[in-house]
Design a protein around this ligand. Structure first.
Ligand code: GUN
Length: 295
């Protein structure tokens, strides 16, 4: 048996097409052009690659896109001043501070300064609280779990009643909101993490396995229940030949080639969840801009 490959790139394109159309309409009717400001601190190559991709896609969607690149030694005060300015700027509808921040900076203190209505990452306690209480319509939902949920829905529909879902990873940006979104869709949800006992047995009991640990190919084929849906959120750069200095390639947190012989459906890396994150960021920015006129 070979798993159905869930093509995130294709699904993301349908989201982008809808965002483009709605943006054109919004501009025509109100003159408003969605604005996305992305802040990146330091010179982590992966963060810069993600931020560049976000800016490129924002322009493709017809948004006003701005990028603020701050040096590694930026102080908490300097970053807070910038976020305050963006918060006050009416042309900016969405603010995203790329994570992780350098260790000397306090992420929570920065996120708190982003007004919830501009928090396109869905990280502010107001947005996190809305998801936690089952309000999925008036706040902003974090982009990667929102995108991963769209992929789950394509496979299983809107109602996940009777299905066991296991998420490995408990971050505020992904694991926790993903658990809440699956729960809202009636799945029976377990959030596993580095202290979980007998992870393999837990995974083998899941109909939907979502992996977000950041460890290349950690989840093996014999962790997967035959026929299960596997959503791989990891993006890890590794040596292509298993050696140090040569060419590199991207792999997920799941051993894809072996797992795809067991799973019923699986997301590839690259081309699975990654493109969905960017598409949902565009969607959140559009929603934020639209709410400034329509409430
Ligand atoms: N770093 C990795 N993924 C994300 C994301 O979705 N948002 C932010 N702000 N930082 C990230």
């Amino acid at each position: 048996m070979s798993a159905c490959i869930i093509n995130g790139k294709e699904v993301a394109e349908t989201v982008i097409a809808a965002v483009l159309e709605a943006t054109t309409l919004l501009k025509r009717r109100t003159g408003i052009r969605p604005g996305l400001a992305v802040v990146v601190v330091g010179d982590d190559a992966a963060s810069h690659a993600y931020v560049k991709a976000k800016g490129t896609m924002a322009k493709r969607c017809g948004f006003h896109s701005s990028q603020f690149t701050l040096h590694e030694q930026t102080t908490q005060d300097d970053l807070e001043v910038l976020v305050n300015e963006l918060a006050a700027d009416p042309a900016v509808h969405g603010i995203l501070v790329q994570l992780p921040l350098p260790k000397h900076l306090h992420t929570e203190g920065i996120v708190r300064r982003i007004p919830p209505e501009k928090d396109v990452d869905g990280l502010h306690v107001v947005n996190a609280g809305k998801i936690a209480t089952g309000d999925l319509s008036t706040g902003l939902i974090p982009c990667t779990p929102a995108g991963a949920m769209l992929l789950v829905r394509r496979r299983h529909g809107d109602d996940l009643s009777g299905l066991n879902a296991v998420i490995i990873g408990r971050s505020n940006l992904f694991g926790k909101p993903m658990g809440l979104l699956l729960l809202a869709a009636n799945a029976t949800v377990t959030i596993a993490h580095s202290r979980t006992k007998d992870l393999k047995a837990l995974c083998r009991n899941s109909d939907i396995l979502v992996v977000a640990v950041g460890r290349p190919e950690m989840v093996k084929a014999d962790w997967i229940r035959p026929g299960a849906t596997v959503i791989d959120v990891g993006i890890n750069r590794v040596p292509a030949m298993g050696e140090g200095n040569g060419p590199t390639c991207l792999v997920g947190d799941v051993d894809y080639s072996a797992a795809s012989k067991v799973a019923g459906a699986i997301t590839p890396v690259p081309g699975g969840v990654g493109p969905m994150t960017i598409a949902m960021l565009m969607n959140n920015t559009l929603i934020a801009a639209r709410r400034t006129v329509c409430g």
